[in-house]
Design a protein around this ligand. Structure first.
Ligand code: APR
Length: 335
């Protein structure tokens, strides 16, 4: 999955490059800057002294020394001064410069902190949005795996209104996991010998549908369009390229080629949902696509309800959906 949103200490990340939210002197500081210098050891500061500082929105690279990463990319985010001094553009530049520097140094995996959202005072939900949008745009055009490392839960608060809307959408639909006593009894009975099971026949739920009588071969010959076939058909119908589709789905190329090459491929539920979102399917078609992978939106799952919320509201921005999933402590959409 090209963009991960995770909670961790960035100094622990085993990636090609971690990004440091530094200041223009590049001579260390508090927050994540201080944590990175402490974990890397004194050689990092020694190398930083040779760089001659760094302008806001730009980025410079050093070795990572005692850190598990290979490089540290030092960038400087803007100090928040109310939003009317080009802060958003400067913050986006800091992410872009760091990503371009990582690309130039053949980094395949990069981890970012939420730049400017600490001492520099950038409102966290806005800082989070700039990060996700800028990284997301970059990943549409480049193969790289990026982790946005959130150090504390508050850092990724999605907008209060959106959070409240989703919370009430969940409350209206969420049902605790339940089992149908008849169904459970029937299943248990079928585990016993036939005579006992026969007595439970009356509990057998009406089969929703039964394949028409006939040979198994005939039945198999009537197989519906598979998940993979529907996916490829929908890509063509929308005039999308494969790459546009799997990048919008936040799915990596390797997984997509597995699905493309096997018409019977069974994706995971989050992957199936991610493609339904990438294709911007209306809710009914999203249900159909999930069904072809053997799944359905479950109201016993907050994850499903949140994804259903976004599709029902025709918001197919997978990064916003992942922000919301993350805010509700759910796993993320994508392969
Ligand atoms: N791992 C990941 N994220 C971290 C860590 C860590 N170990 N420590 C802090 N953070 C998070 C903070 O919670 C915040 O969300 O990094 C984000 C950025 O906060 P700061 O480190 O304060 O950076 P910033 O707001 O960009 O201010 C930069 O602070 O540390 C000084 O020298 C730095 O002067 C510069 C200024």
């Amino acid at each position: 999955m090209p963009l991960h949103i995770i909670r961790n200490d960035i100094t622990a990340m085993k990636v090609d490059a971690i990004v440091n939210a530094a200041n223009e002197s590049l001579l260390g500081g508090g927050g994540v800057d201080g944590a990175i210098h402490r974990a890397a050891g004194p050689e990092l500061l020694k190398e930083c002294r040779t760089l001659g500082g760094c302008k806001t929105g730009e980025a410079k690279i050093t070795k990572a020394y005692r850190l598990p990463a290979k490089f540290v990319i030092h960038t400087v985010g803007p100090v928040w001064r109310g939003g009317g001094h080009g802060e958003r553009d400067l913050l986006a530049c800091a992410y872009r410069s760091s990503l371009e520097l990582a690309l130039a140094n053949n980094c395949e995996t990069v981890a970012f902190p939420l730049i400017s959202s600490g001492a520099y005072g950038y409102p966290r939900d806005q800082a989070f949005k700039v990060a996700v949008d800028t990284i997301g745009d970059f990943l549409l055009a480049h193969e790289m795996t990026v982790s946005l490392v959130i150090f504390d839960r508050a850092a990724c608060a999605i907008g209060e209104k959106l959070f409240a809307d989703i919370a009430s959408y969940i409350d209206d639909r969420y049902v605790a996991e339940h089992t149908d006593p008849e169904e459970v009894q029937y299943r248990r009975a079928m585990a016993f010998e036939a005579p006992a099971a026969a007595s439970m026949e009356k509990f057998r739920p009406p089969a929703p549908c039964r394949a028409a009588a006939g040979s198994l071969a005939e039945a198999l010959g009537q197989l519906d369009e598979s998940f993979s076939q529907m996916l490829l058909r929908k890509i063509d119908e929308r005039g999308m390229t494969d790459a546009q589709c799997y990048k919008r789905a936040n799915i990596d190329r390797k997984l997509f080629s597995k699905i493309r090459s096997d018409i019977h491929y069974k994706p995971s539920k989050p992957t199936a949902m991610a493609f339904a979102v990438a294709l911007e399917l209306p809710l009914e078609e999203a249900r159909e696509m999930l069904g072809k992978a053997g799944f359905a939106f479950s109201h016993a799952s907050r994850f499903d309800i949140i994804v259903e919320y976004f599709i029902a509201h025709h918001n197919y921005n997978i990064l916003e959906i992942n922000e919301a999933l993350f805010a509700f402590d759910q796993s993320l959409l994508g392969g």
